[in-house]
Design a binder for this molecule. Sequence first.
Ligand code: GDP
Length: 304
Amino acid sequence: ESLDKGLEKTKEGLFSKLSRAIVGKSKVDDEVLDELEEILISSDVGVETTVKIIRRIEERVARDKFVSTSELDEILREEIAELLAQNKSEDITDAFKKSDIKPYVIMVVGVNGVGKTTTIGKLASQFHKAGNKVILGAGDTFRAAAVDQLKLWGQRVGIPVIDHGMNTDPASVAFDAVKQAVEQQADVVIIDTAGRLHNKVNLMNELAKIKRVVQKFLPEAPHEVLLVLDGSTGQNAFIQAQEFTKATDVTALAITKLDGTAKGGVVIGISDQFKIPVKYIGVGEKIEDLQVFNKKEFVNSLFK
Ligand code: GDP
């Protein structure tokens, strides 16, 4: 399974260190917990979430007096499962089906290179395959080739892409995409946006403007704002989550590139810290490697 393969490095990092930490020790004590804390932080679970997990295990140790190191795996698994259980991850296509909203407008945000185009492609083809009429808006007018990449992709799958070329106003692309979707009674509009984090005021203004013009047609839109984060950047993904949630109302997360990194803990930390559901994870370059996030499968795969 590609999930198992994709999480291999994270798993390796976590458990090789953990088994080293408990070598020759039968009891979970302060020293073991200190080691565990370091291991979780180095897997990019994030300080806040790590401290939360350690506190809970400490309470357990205090209550049970003796906790064997051989139980530590299972305890950690339970704690992580419990943290993730608070993540209301429902597939966006399911949310759309239940909503009766048409067109359902999804704005996709994130910095360049994180896998935005791949994620849009995946989402669009999911909707398309389910028989929905989809329109894409090529609103990343800033990055060279972003528009072409999306157009090429649309052609391949047979989905219209609204574009005004490079260096044009992303809000005007969004406006046209939603206008056409309303006129043509499309089911779903997916709008790409440019992610320039180096100028936070610009980013905020740009995303706000896109929202404003979309709301001229549909006051409730966008119905989803999907933030795409590159999991392999570890703490940078946390920083990006912070900046984008400040700039706009993010409703869903996709965390990509978990394959080839030992930083898979970001999924646990970001989900816990931001209380925004992780809906997709990317575990490879192929379109089928972007998977609907399933908490149970994720934990199972990590502790297999
Ligand atoms: P964008 O600049 O945000 O639109 O990013 P793209 O969708 O073009 O992706 C950037 C690069 O990352 C491409 O080469 C993708 O194939 C690759 N990529 C995207 N998601 C993943 C993933 O989950 N794993 C790996 N290994 N590569 C990915």
